[in-house]
Write a protein that binds this ligand. Sequence first.
Ligand code: HXC
Ligand code: NAP
Length: 291
Amino acid sequence: MYNEPMLRDDALSGKTIVVTGGGTGLGRAMSTYFLKLGANVVITSRKLDVLTKAASEMQSETAGNVLPLQCDVRNPDEIETVLKSSIEAFGGVHGLLNNAAGNFISPTERLSANAFSTIIDIVLKGTANCTMAFGKHWIKEKQAGTILNIVTTYAFTGSGYVVPSACAKGGVLAMTRSLAVEWGKYGIRTNAIAPGPFPTKGAWDRLLPGDMARKFDFRNRVPLRRVGEYQELANLAAFMLSDFSGYINGEVITIDGGEWLQGAGQFNGLEAITPEMWDMLEQMTRSAKGS
Ligand code: HXC
Ligand code: NAP
């Protein structure tokens, strides 16, 4: 049930959505569902060969209109070209999904200044570059628009070993909430999704290389004892970009099976205690009544 399409078939019909990092992983999965829902989709990233192959497969699968365009989110000129080409191809743009990201695990003291900047440049400044280009266009043309940013749960908790990414995603979350207010008057909605673990090659190769994926099994970290299904995320993203979510603005929606809360609750580690141990502990805690 949770991996079935949720929205009705025409939910995004007539809309053009630009998805950064749309040729791989979660960006591709979300883009494919947008196509199934009738949207025109522009997928962008640095590698045109990857995008072109993905676009042709997505087109065959959905019979939708998908346009692959090379664009490094660090380059404002390339973003302007994406905007212009999307409008030329489809007559306008209605949604921007800031999904492109760069990340890797490392103790922070091992990072060079350039390593830190590289992640900030892609994730925070790249999102800002795209957001400002699209926002300025919508404001100038007096058009409504919807921005959806993919963050992570450590955007609000922080996390060691991915500190540049945590700083960048935290900044994107601040941008989401700030622009929701500032640009609301223009009919521009700005929201975010914070996914928990959804295994992709891009993320797993960089965050759980080699044997780590087995040793650091994410399923154990999630109260629901499973990782996310791409369709679950695609359902949420499609809803957030559709007019059905028209009154949601400035929200970050977590989709992680309860993962971050499991890590946060002080006593959640008691999950490891067996019923026999609970019998003993109950006696001990009851006998503390008079102390
Ligand atoms: C330490 C590293 C490093 C590593 C790169 N660097 N990898 N430092 N440990 N593992 C350093 C380099 O030495 C260099 O610094 C600087 O970072 C830039 O590296 P480049 O390779 O030149 O950068 P670039 O070609 O722009 O590639 C960016 C990248 C790469 C981020 C390093 O991994 C990439 O292209 N990633 C895109 C896809 C991606 O990351 N997907 C995962 C998203 S997952 P010096 O000083 O030597 O010049 C995600 C999930 C979150 O965000 C939550 C999951 C649960
Ligand atoms: P992914 O497949 O590696 O996706 C990252 C995408 O970003 C790639 O398509 C990559 O394409 C593109 N990209 C990287 N640098 C870019 C740049 N400078 N300019 C333009 N595009 C660039 O990994 P993913 O797991 O699907 O991640 C997608 C999003 O979900 C990211 O925002 C990530 O932080 C978020 N997320 C993922 C998880 C998870 O469990 N997978 C959890 C939480 C959040 P090119 O290499 O061709 O440029």
